[in-house]
Design a binder for this molecule. Structure first.
Ligand code: NAI
Ligand SMILES: Nc1nc(O)c(N)c(N[C@@H]2O[C@H](COP(=O)(O)O)[C@@H](O)[C@H]2O)n1
Length: 225
């Protein structure tokens, strides 16, 4: 058993998530950020990789007071559980994700995480050990289901998304394609990692819908069987 997993990313017109220096780029406009906020508000948890925490220092909080009020009316915490996949417990103790907004945080580490860093994190968030050298995503998602998380949104980055896709752990993908070109051989895309080689291994997607948002296009896919 695992949560239903929805990936949301914003890419440039040339398919990049950020610059080659992994510097955060504003790809979405205000309307797309509002859509993402609504998507977040409908989820039990939001997850990112440690690369995103180190690059962007996101808070992953819900921004709209209306969404927060609605969640409260439904008896849910103001913000979804915020999760970092962080094999070596590198999450900085002052990271916004650990401090901004109320509610639970979970850092997923591996058995290779240095004990002292893991102990420090334990005073700031829940820590779940999953996997030997890197986080075992299948096992970790099973643990999240045991914690009552049924709907999980993943905000990036490309390494974590690759890890999830390659293990068959993604159900839906929202991709906002913005009207900028970033370029760069080493600028990340939504699926980093070694990549597939055989065509028979390529996951296929089912197109659910497209819409124009400001100067960009939102593409909504479901992962095929
Ligand atoms: N445009 C967008 O929508 C978004 C862009 N970004 C960008 O993405 C970049 C960060 O992405 P990445 O460097 O790829 O880092 P990432 O955020 O994907 O984190 C990857 C890290 O997760 C950890 N990890 C542990 N177990 C893993 C597993 N089983 N599989 C995969 N990863 C595992 C590893 O330490 C790995 O280095 C930044 O430049 C950021 O600005 C991030 C989120 C959204
Ligand atoms: N949807 C979207 N559009 C963009 O243009 C982006 N740069 C991102 N990036 C990710 O959004 C998260 C920001 O979180 P907070 O506002 O701090 O809560 C973070 O994960 C960025 O990488 N997303």
């Amino acid at each position: 058993m695992r949560p239903y997993v929805i990936v949301n990313v914003a890419v440039s017109a040339d398919g990049k998530l950020s610059t080659r220096e992994r510097r955060q780029v504003k790809i979405s406009g205000s309307q797309d950020f509002e859509r993402v906020d609504t998507l977040k508000a409908g989820c039990d948890a939001i997850m990112v990789g440690i690369g995103t925490v180190l690059a962007d220092d996101p808070s992953l909080t819900i921004k709209s007071p209306d969404h927060i009020a609605e969640r409260t009316r439904q008896g849910k915490p103001e913000h979804p559980v915020r999760i970092v996949v962080d094999s070596h417990a590198r999450t900085p103790p002052d990271a916004k994700i650990l401090h901004k907004g109320s509610g639970k945080r979970i850092v997923a580490v591996s058995e290779a995480a240095p004990t002292e860093r893991m102990q420090n994190l334990k005073s700031l968030s829940d820590v779940i050990v999953a996997g030997k050298k890197q986080v075992d995503l299948t096992y970790f998602l099973h643990k999240l289901a045991e914690e009552g998380i049924t709907r999980l949104m993943v905000e990036g980055g490309g390494t974590l998304i690759w890890g999830l896709i390659s293990e068959g752990l993604v159900d839906e993908l929202f991709m906002f394609v913005g009207n900028i070109i970033i370029g760069g051989y080493n600028a990340p895309t939504l699926a980093e990692g070694p990549g597939f080689i055989k065509e028979s291994d390529f996951p296929t997607l089912k197109l659910i819908g497209t819409s124009i948002i400001e100067e960009g296009v939102l593409i909504h896919w479901k992962m095929g069987d």
